[in-house]
Design a protein around this ligand. Structure first.
Ligand code: NDP
Ligand code: NHF
Length: 328
């Protein structure tokens, strides 16, 4: 049955996740305050952040204003944050989650994710990318995902996270956790858009009842210079003519079609914007339906174009747990 008009998907233990959330990576504290306000006004109830984004405190201020003024109840909101790479040790999970909760001014988050399968070794809560005397990132080669996950489970039992999940893990890494967990990963957050549709990873998650969330659902335009990998014409999914044609047929924008495509695939989307009009535009995706033929045309656009390869972190692509060396 097509339930793509419903605003939520089932996440875990009766808990629901809104199908659309506001992305906040690369938003300064001032930008994020305006963006979260605009998003809540537009109807969003789901915000995606991370300890790494260094904007949790600003998001927390806005949430507190909305709750204190009686405009919103805590339980109407869905807040996701993520364990930083320097937190990938069992003994650090509670510490970092408590820091995030303090920043967000909340007593629990709705979803807590391990941000990345590879940890960095550092002792300073504020040094997110610790480097040695030669300027090289200090990677952790002894981390153990199973014990790390057990520390995540403890956070659910302690009431600090309603659900827990993973980000940037491949299917083999997820499988190791699924096989040994008491509380299964409820969510997987990975790059996904019409040029990188992750068909096999989605099928794997479906089999294990793991809700998938797409980051970079609009192609994360202009984020970094990708010309070294893609040549001078970096493919931009927002400019795709097939997407534009479908958008015209529905009197919608290309962004709305890209988001709607993922929503109809039962994927949660977290588009980022700091523009009030684009924040509203991105939420207006529940008043039209893509036909089977249009869904098929969009499916054909897949180019397997992964853009997030985390190579800005030196040494990461050579780490034995680098997630993107296998197809999915
Ligand atoms: N777990 C992880 O490792 C990662 C998680 N994420 C999460 O996913 C979120 C989304 O991914 P992100 O990389 O930000 O990329 P998105 O695909 O959401 O693209 C954001 C870009 O698109 C622009 N944009 C937004 N809406 C529109 C629109 N309607 N029309 C045209 N352009 C638009 C934005 O500009 P403007 O702001 O000016 O509107 C911005 O430049 C992040 O913010 C973060 O929360 C992202 C990367 C990795
Ligand atoms: O969420 C994030 C956005 O993407 C970045 C990689 O380019 C990461 O640093 C960070 O994990």
């Amino acid at each position: 049955m097509d339930n793509s008009h419903q605003l939520h998907l089932n996440l875990f233990n009766g808990q629901l996740i809104p199908r659309i959330g506001l992305g906040t990576w690369q938003c300064t504290p001032d930008e994020v305050k305006e963006a979260v306000n605009a998003a809540l006004e537009a109807g969003y109830r789901h915000i995606d952040t991370a300890y790494l984004y260094q904007n949790e405190a600003a998001i927390g201020e806005v949430i507190q204003e909305w709750i204190n003024s009686g405009k919103l109840k805590r339980q109407e909101l869905f807040i996701t944050t993520k364990l930083p790479f320097t937190g990938n040790k069992p003994e650090k999970v509670e510490h970092f989650l408590k820091l995030s909760l303090e920043n967000l001014k909340l007593d629990y988050v709705d979803l807590y994710l391990i941000h990345f399968p590879i940890g960095f070794r550092g002792e300073d809560d504020h040094d997110l990318f610790p480097r040695d005397e030669n300027g090289r990132l200090i990677l952790d080669f002894d981390s153990n995902m199973i014990t790390l996950w057990k520390a995540m489970e403890t956070q659910v039992e302690a009431g600090r996270a309603k659900a827990i999940g993973l980000s940037n893990f491949n299917s083999h890494q997820i499988e190791r956790i699924v096989q040994t967990s008491r509380i299964k990963p409820a969510n997987l957050q990975v790059e996904m858009h019409a040029y990188f549709q992750q068909k096999r990873l989605r099928a794997y998650c479906k089999k294990h009842d793991i809700v998938v969330c797409a980051y970079g659902p609009l192609g994360s335009k202009g984020r970094v210079d990708l010309s070294a990998r893609f040549g001078p014409q970096v493919p931009d999914v927002l400019d795709d003519p097939v997407v534009a044609e479908i958008a015209n047929a529905h009197m919608k924008t290309s962004a709305q079609v890209l988001l709607r495509h993922l929503i109809q695939l039962k994927v949660v989307v977290i588009p980022k914007s700091v523009s009030q009009s684009r924040i509203r535009e991105n939420y207006e995706v529940f008043d039209f339906v893509l036909t089977a033929n249009e869904m098929e045309k969009l499916s054909q656009l897949d180019k397997n174009n992964r853009t997030f390869i985390f190579d800005e972190y030196d040494g990461v692509p050579d780490h034995p747990e680098y997630p993107f060396i296998i197809p999915y």
